[in-house]
Write a protein that binds this ligand. Sequence first.
Ligand SMILES: *Cc1c(COP(=O)(O)O)cnc(C)c1O
Length: 236
Amino acid sequence: MTASNPASAASSIADRLAVVRERIAKTCVAAGRDPSSVILTAVSKTQADEALEAALAAGQRVFGENRVQEAQMHWAARRAALPDLELRLIGPLQTNKAVEAVELFDVIETLDREKLAAALAVAMAKTGRRPRVLVQVNTGAESQKAGVLPQDADALIAAARDDHGLNLEGLMCIPPADEAPEPHFRLLAEIAARNGLSVLSMGMSGDYETAISNGATHVRVGSALFGERIAPLKPS
Ligand SMILES: *Cc1c(COP(=O)(O)O)cnc(C)c1O
């Protein structure tokens, strides 16, 4: 790791951001899409402050975090000075953290059950904040993975929108690690299309170009920007 030297960490993160942005733009052009139609979410989970600062210095403003508590440590104090910051929750959310999540995040990508939709609606009424919401679909029907099963997605989408009044704008998926991602991206795009949803959060460091070719509007890139994560942060 080069993180002990802030200057070199900064330049390498800036360089990697430039490379990923360039590859996103090229893939868009090849797919006949406007490069501005794909948003890069920089996944900053487990990263040190220098890495966050380096990404901010390079102009990055959209960040993904997978834990509410870590996201608060990373961003709560920085928020006030960054009016254009956009924070996206990309990890599983427990109902007892709904208020904290609604207070911090601009987008919650991991709605996967009706009980959570209800908790988010209550949290939004209580806080007066209305983050946009994506439904996470477990496209590979993996037992250990969060997300609503594909066959239950339409019903959850309808309940979130119509019964709980959430500002639902799209879908998110994490394909199985050991399978070709493309069929999963296609399935997510199909579910979104038939439900009239325009946002597709799909594609990570290893497959974001494939995701863009299949309609991704948001790609979630961590290690390709920040280097390999060492270990998840543990509460002390
Ligand atoms: C960690 C994470 C990512 C980023 O993964 P990389 O392979 O490091 O780009 C994307 N999405 C989710 C949901 C994640 O938890």
